[in-house]
Design a protein around this ligand. Structure first.
Ligand SMILES: Cc1cc2nc3c(=O)[nH]c(=O)nc-3n(C[C@H](O)[C@H](O)[C@H](O)COP(=O)(O)OP(=O)(O)OC[C@H]3O[C@@H](n4cnc5c(N)ncnc54)[C@H](O)[C@@H]3O)c2cc1C
Length: 387
């Protein structure tokens, strides 16, 4: 193949996390020449709570039942049936999940998701490929690697490169809005008493209501992902040190301290940012679009984004195919994707955001809410709200 052709693709997906992998899977029958680039070599860790939301698995299953079954069979996991929510005053509510859902370290989940792309598509996967810059013009999109090797070109480039997206920074730069951003930390523990593989736990703390502490079992050996996250404007206002606060809560919280007394911390506490949805934002332009965290699609109430990453990846694949069918890669044409994301994902995130803000400074409302939430009708409404 001549050099120019070797470096030219129809579509370049930057980032092989859930958004990029889902998009590649959804493009498997498109006949397009697709490259999927990632700066990491998989399996790679990703700081996360590791709870794979039911809608994420549902979206994959919709692409192909085989994808879902292969993932379930190969991924080490803890199947989740129930969530236990603990209010600031110690009151609690339980949610029984309707959709099948599980928790699995992202080290494994993302690796097996990418393996689906290897097995079921002709996507060219390039690992250890860090992107430094992206530019677009009337003729193509150009992707510049960090190691200075020759750039790649494509008709379309998709930014699936997560919370610190280089595509978003280069093509849709905007300052960080702390009201729509969250920060969280997590570590793995073993030997926490009172955990149950089928139950994820959420603790709401009186002093830090714009967030929560979680304990998610991630496998049959009793390992749990334990973390704590909060909205960034509240972190800044209260000058909260997330690592110290998490350790303090595990030492002092009346319900948690005894359970962690014999627990072994397996990994250091590490943190990462969560770009929240909740307000419509541009995610397209000439010859590019953004998916998943790069498009700020994390649910502000629950902090999950694997589902919206996969859903937006699938919507992006449909848009890519429309662009090639019409040979139209203009900003105006790509806006159809933005409208679909807003309609199918964004509106729900806006409702979640309002709810999160409403509860954030009212511990008494949260406590009362937990009491009311035990009523069957309210429970049903709550379930519908959180998916
Ligand atoms: C502490 C924490 C806890 C969370 N808990 C949950 C949870 O329990 N459940 C849930 O659903 N969500 C959770 N989330 C959110 C979830 O992690 C993200 O929403 C999800 O990973 C988004 O997927 P993505 O594919 O958009 O991005 P990512 O998963 O971040 O994937 C992006 C990929 O792009 C690659 N990349 C980045 N920059 C470049 C570059 N310059 N060049 C090449 N490649 C690049 C990265 O290596 C990475 O593989 C949590 C987030 C945090 C921080």
């Amino acid at each position: 193949m001549p050099d120019a052709a070797r470096h030219h693709y129809d579509v370049i997906l930057i980032g092989a996390g859930p958004a990029g992998a889902a998009c590649a899977l959804a493009l498997r029958h498109s006949g397009l020449r697709v490259a999927l680039l990632d700066k990491a070599r998989f399996p790679r860790d990703k700081v996360c709570g590791d709870a794979i939301p039911g809608p994420a698995l549902k979206a994959l299953r919709k692409l192909s039942e085989d994808f879902y079954q292969e993932l379930r069979t190969r991924t080490p996991r803890a199947d989740t049936q129930t969530s236990r929510l603990v209010a600031p005053d110690g009151g609690e509510a339980r949610v029984q999940w309707q959709l099948p859902t599980f928790s699995s370290p992202r080290l494994h989940f993302d690796h097996h998701l990418l393996n689906l792309v290897r097995r079921h598509t002709s996507t060219e996967i390039r690992e250890n490929y860090a992107v430094r810059d992206v530019q677009t013009d009337a003729h193509c999109a150009t992707v510049f690697p960090a190691d200075g090797s020759p750039p790649l070109t494509a008709a379309l480039v998709l930014g699936c490169d997560g919370a610190n997206s280089v595509v978003a920074r280069k093509l849709l730069p905007r300052p960080l809005d702390r009201r729509y951003h969250c920060a969280a930390v997590r570590a793995y523990y073993r030997g926490i008493s009172g955990t149950n593989e089928q139950t994820t736990e959420f603790f709401f703390l009186k002093e830090h209501l714009a967030g929560y502490l979680w304990i998610f079992p991630v496998g049959p050996d009793g390992t749990c992902n334990v973390g704590f996250g909060m909205v960034s404007d509240q972190i800044a206002a209260g000058q909260v040190n997330l690592k110290e606060t998490m350790q303090e809560v595990l030492r002092q919280h009346p319900a948690l301290a005894p359970r962690f007394a014999q627990a072994e911390q397996l990994t250091p506490i590490v943190g990462f940012g969560l770009p929240l949805g909740g307000t419509p934002r541009p995610s397209t332009g000439p010859r590019f679009l953004l998916c998943g965290d790069a498009a700020s699609l994390i649910d502000p109430l629950q902090g999950h984004g694997i589902d919206t990453a996969i859903e937006s990846g699938v919507l992006a694949a449909a848009q890519v195919q429309r662009c090639f069918a019409q040979q139209d890669f203009s900003a105006a044409f790509l806006q159809q994707y933005e409208r679909e994301v807003e309609e199918k994902i964004g509106r729900k995130l806006t409702r979640s955001y309002r709810l999160m803000r409403f509860f954030a400074d009212k511990p008494w409302v949260v406590n009362a809410g937990f009491r009311v939430a035990r009523q069957p009708l309210v429970k049903k409404w709550m379930l519908k709200l959180v998916g």
